[in-house]
Design a protein around this ligand. Sequence first.
Ligand SMILES: Cc1cc2nc3c(=O)[nH]c(=O)nc-3n(C[C@H](O)[C@H](O)[C@H](O)COP(=O)(O)OP(=O)(O)OC[C@H]3O[C@@H](n4cnc5c(N)ncnc54)[C@H](O)[C@@H]3O)c2cc1C
Length: 580
Amino acid sequence: MPSTLTTAMDYDAIVIGAGHNGLVTANYLARAGRRVLVLEARPIVGGACVTEELIPGSKWSSCAFIAGLLRPEIIEELELQRFGLDLYQGDALSFSLFRDGTSFTMWKETDRTLREIEKINKKDASAFLDFGVRLQRFAGLVTPYLLASPPERSEVLAAFEAAGEQNLFDEFTLLSVRDLLDRYFEDERLKSMLTFFGMVSIFGGPSTPGTAYTYGHHSWGEFNGNFGQFGLARGGMGAISEALAAGARHHGAVIRTSTPVDTVIVDRGTATGVRLADGSVITAHQIFSNADPKRSLLRLIEPGVLPPGLVRDVENIDTRGSMARIHLLVDELPQYLPFPDANAGPQHHGHQLLGPSREAFEEAAEAQRRGTFPSTFVIEAVTQSVTDDSLAPAGLHTMTLGIQQLPSELTGTTWAAEKEKWADLVLEDLFSYAPNLREHILARVIITPDDLDSEYLITDGNIFHGSMMLDQLFGARPIPELANYRTPVRNYYLCGSGTHPGGGVMGANGHNAAKVALGDIAGVTRPARAAGAPTANRTRPWQQRLVGALMSTRSGRWVSYQAARQPALRKITAYAARVR
Ligand SMILES: Cc1cc2nc3c(=O)[nH]c(=O)nc-3n(C[C@H](O)[C@H](O)[C@H](O)COP(=O)(O)OP(=O)(O)OC[C@H]3O[C@@H](n4cnc5c(N)ncnc54)[C@H](O)[C@@H]3O)c2cc1C
């Protein structure tokens, strides 16, 4: 769809929405010399990747709180460190406290984690390594597609087949997370803990086919080149968006906040500008929507412009499955049951998971289907002020809770009516893991699925802008007619998480949309891939091939495990897990 773009316009490009993806698009366009205007409805940039002073004097990552998916290529190309971004890690990646009072810490170092799992189940410790290598192999085959136009699903399957890994494709895309984990592990606590990563913003539970992909989606996370690791952003997740905004401005982009766009103006099938909520019109050659696909097509485009068949397909995009946050200001850190003192420890440094239980996840799925709440909640938490003193005054701490598998709409009532009562229920569960908190919560702010829809402008509060099941992935994301970032309205593009390769603070969607649109200006119908061609073995570092070969035999697995659990060989193990 090449475009000549000859008419005089106010801007070359308008980006609707300053979520992190919209800002990534703005950066790449501005760096290509385009005159870019970003229009954001909220008073602050970032969308779901934002830091806000929710209670005067303290700041929280309101929505996303873990940084692990942001593509390193984007961090580097857009010089985000130069524009103020500081990503960091604590010593513990995650801490899980089970319902029987036992706990588990996942450390940055593989050997420490393996020895910790040995305390739970020796066989599972060795299975954990095997699982990690399989996951890394899966990520290795899919990652080359991330910074690229979406491949057809058949192309992805063909790449797995060519690499002799069809079984791996099936495992991580078709299976339920329950079936996936049952293939590898024995211990119910470990399986429950790992199940959580397949429950993020889903409509369903551990037995729902396809939830293994939600697990796999998080697998291409890396931190400083280390596979499967994640960290935090100093200043909260908004620091990512602020760095992106600073970079875009540096290259000439104009960003206006508190400026909601009402409509995309379409003239004879071509987008020519936007009408703001105040009625004013701004014209541009290319328009990008960072909003989710339903909002971008059904609300921003006037009725009658799109073919009825497409409207029906967009209406059918699956946006069920949401989550909620409760932000707490506390004057004492949670004293989790195994650590009965108020001092900060590794349990407070990373992601905290309280009461993971596969039965609880199954019950939550049932409740979600009925539009109600389960009897108990699995709670995730982050206490970031422990490692970042810019977030709360001395003596106080920020604590953020997350609850997954929530219905967007409640049966017979509303989130507005239930919000406070629901938060009370969640806090009662929290007190069973950290009883001291009952007396130490100074204030709270609740963000429900309904708030995600109305305040953060995410349809149905689906944090990925659309479910991440195989029917809505790759060349079918969000639907086949809208894959590749273009829409049937000429010069109107999608650049948010509803596009390939999906949700999370990744930036890939914004990058790919910009490349496609720049290609359209240049008259290139299918721009060259931004990353290398996804040929499995060419993109696989030699150390991973060696690990793969070792792990393919029983004796090799034993040797690998013995090496991986040795602190003295830590550097070698870390090197083997490097993805770049
Ligand atoms: C509660 C929650 C927790 C999450 N946790 C994590 C996590 O820990 N780690 C992680 O990696 N990911 C997490 N995610 C997912 C991740 O945050 C999102 O997938 C990602 O931030 C979406 O980015 P985006 O730029 O595509 O869209 P958004 O961030 O949704 O940005 C879209 C922007 O468009 C604006 N907009 C919409 N309509 C208009 C309009 N008409 N006019 C002007 N502006 C408009 C919105 O205000 C918004 O700023 C979480 C998301 C949520 C909601």
